[in-house]
Design a protein around this ligand. Sequence first.
Ligand code: CAA
Length: 391
Amino acid sequence: MRPKAAHYDRVQEYPWEIKEALCASGLMGVWIPTEYGGGGAGVLDLCLVVEELSKACGGVGVLYAVNALGSFPLLLAGTEEQKRKYLPDIASGKRLCAFGLSERGAGSDAGGLATRCEVGQDELIINGDKKWTTNGGAADIYTVFTVSDPTSMSRRISAVIIEKGDPGFAIGRTEDKMGIRCVPVVELHFRDCRVPVDRILGGRPGAGFKHAMMTLDRARPGVAAQAVGCAQGAMDLAVVYCTQRQQFGQPISGFQMIQGMFADMATQVEAARQLVHASARALDLGAKDVTRMAAQAKLFATDVAMKVTTDAVQLFGGYGYMRDYPVEKYMRDAKITQIYEGTNQVQRIVVARSILKQASSLDHLKAYIPLPDHPNTLADRARAHAVPAKA
Ligand code: CAA
């Protein structure tokens, strides 16, 4: 990948040869159970692969990881027939996948979708448009989130499996992006797109929002791993550069200010990596409150990636700002990790909601916190325990 990364970044084309190499190496579908032809591993293994790929190219990292994002809904909620029909081809890399949730008017507000799905006796009729679908065009299978019951608050949304070539389904505009340029990000259009009714994920309409949220819980550590890979990759290049670059008669790696930057960068990357691994392990073990852990890993690792890749450009000085050098690409690739699969502002909402939901478990600490006008302040307690003055 490394010798090709700059080329695909420049031409903004899908690197089919790299995808074939990934298939040949048996890495596609490591997260899919062996009974469906996958590697039988989990989110942790997915993250390890994504980090390694992203060290060389953040675009290839997401090109790979987005197949997990697109196939997690099938794994989590698909019927047995749906799993048997789609997962083996995804596991082998024969068919690629994508995840169609966002729309022009529904980004962070994932529940505010407008794409409609009329559920008939035999068929589904889909109308609407999706935005920012990563892997769109290259992918053969799309998990698309639609409004199947506009009258319901809690069972409004359903996921539908769409295949390339379905009548009424078309790929629209391909975006011209700042980073991850080797992987397409496109619009999807549905105009009276008719598919058989058994394409509803899980066989029954109404659980789509939960399925989307559960999918994002499993996929966010993968974005975090992409961020760790970008950060580590940029830092590795900066270390090599600084040991060679001579100024004031010595390699700049000999200066304490540069060494201080290395120490901070390495510590932040390692902290991010440990959080990614912890959240991935928790998901694989089926632990509780994985939503919060996945969000924490995503927001921390991606903020670290932005900082570390920016510092790596700084270490390269004027050369770092130039496209002839490999390091500015890492900064551009890192930026999207703070935005997609839920902005870091959304991740902070998710983490804060989880903290506040569990706040009652800390009620025993109330006794130690004097609050004004509270009957149980420390002053009240001191008064209660005071020895009365002798008459
Ligand atoms: N797991 C299971 N259920 C969940 C859940 C989770 N993690 N999070 C929420 N829910 C359930 C709630 O329990 C609630 O259920 P009930 O109605 O039964 O009570 C329901 O879903 C609604 O939950 P909220 O009230 O919390 O929903 P909300 O409207 O306030 O939204 C949000 C919460 C966290 C902001 C959510 O909308 C969100 O995550 N937004 C970001 C969307 C996102 O990540 N988009 C990226 C798309 S993919 C992409 O980037 C493109 C790509 O191709 C890479």
